[in-house]
Design a protein around this ligand. Sequence first.
Ligand code: PMP
Length: 369
Amino acid sequence: AARAQPGVQRLRAYDPGHDLVALRRRFRESQLVELGSNENPYGPSPAARQAIVDQLHALHRYPDPLGADLKRALAARHGVHPSQILLGNGSHELLMMLGQVFAGPGEDVVFSRYGFAVFALATQAAGATMRVVEALPREHPRMPLGHDLDAITASITDRTKLVYLANPNNPTGTWFGREAFAAFMARVPGEVIVVMDEAYAEMADADADAASALPWLASYPNLLLTRTFSKAYGLAGLRVGYLLGAPGLVAVMERLRESFNVNGPALAACEAALGDEAHLQCACARNAEQRSALSDALAKRGLRVYPSQTNFVLVEFGSRTAQAEADLVARGVVLRPMGGYGLPDCLRITVGDTDENRRLLAAIDAVLE
Ligand code: PMP
């Protein structure tokens, strides 16, 4: 590790919390309740599966390096020009590239405490300095652990190159509204690039006021946003995300993009998924219903559940956290420990389907007895 650049020396490799392959082997797959990775239990549109089958004849060919068809479909959906879109091998890749392209040694990257883990990773990989801004306190009446946008603006200096925000955020599930975001953008200097990670945007309730940055793209050339097919579209296994922003910034990022970063079956499947709006809406509606039912059920058991507009909830288990987590895994229920995020008294629970949530609650009742 001593040979690595200083930012990389301090990093640790991605830890999914558990060896899922071993767990799947131990429990038959149908018996394991996997609620650790914020996956979509309803899966993708059947049209996406079919599109992959239709691509099998072309596996010996490189995919379209520009992903032109998918970009056109995304541009039409979001009301932007295809030159405003960059495709990534998951939005994770795009968040990493942002650090590499726009920040470096001696420069700052600002993000919230409990902001998505890749923000810290990207900053350190770029050799830039992390400025981690305290989140809203646990006692905050409206959005405990949420981004404190005022404090984030206040910590921007003339060394700041990049600000990462997530709306809604993982692992907290928290969000902020249109008014707060508008005020934030108005105060950020134009030289600072604002990245809005919207991995869960499709899952937010229409009346929740979890602002998408989309309407502001036209007014702020320093604003970029990222989305993914991994969550609401149920295509985590394909690894496709995309970034929207001003053509100039997108073009600079294209310079560093690996030529064939999104594979052929994935391009075709995502285009097909975009065409099946009914499937997307159905998955989001079921998620919202289950999120609310699960939150109520957990709260009834005396656990503190943080507000969420995503497909997971952050839950306080207090001093029982580590033991409860271990006991749940022993029963085949996988959740995500939050020690790495500095929230060791919490577990993050993905909202499953009716059956998974029922089995989760039964297991929680058994281990907390
Ligand atoms: N942003 C957030 C907030 C996430 O939670 C995730 C996935 N956990 C990602 C980005 C990355 O997702 P993907 O690389 O699958 O697009």
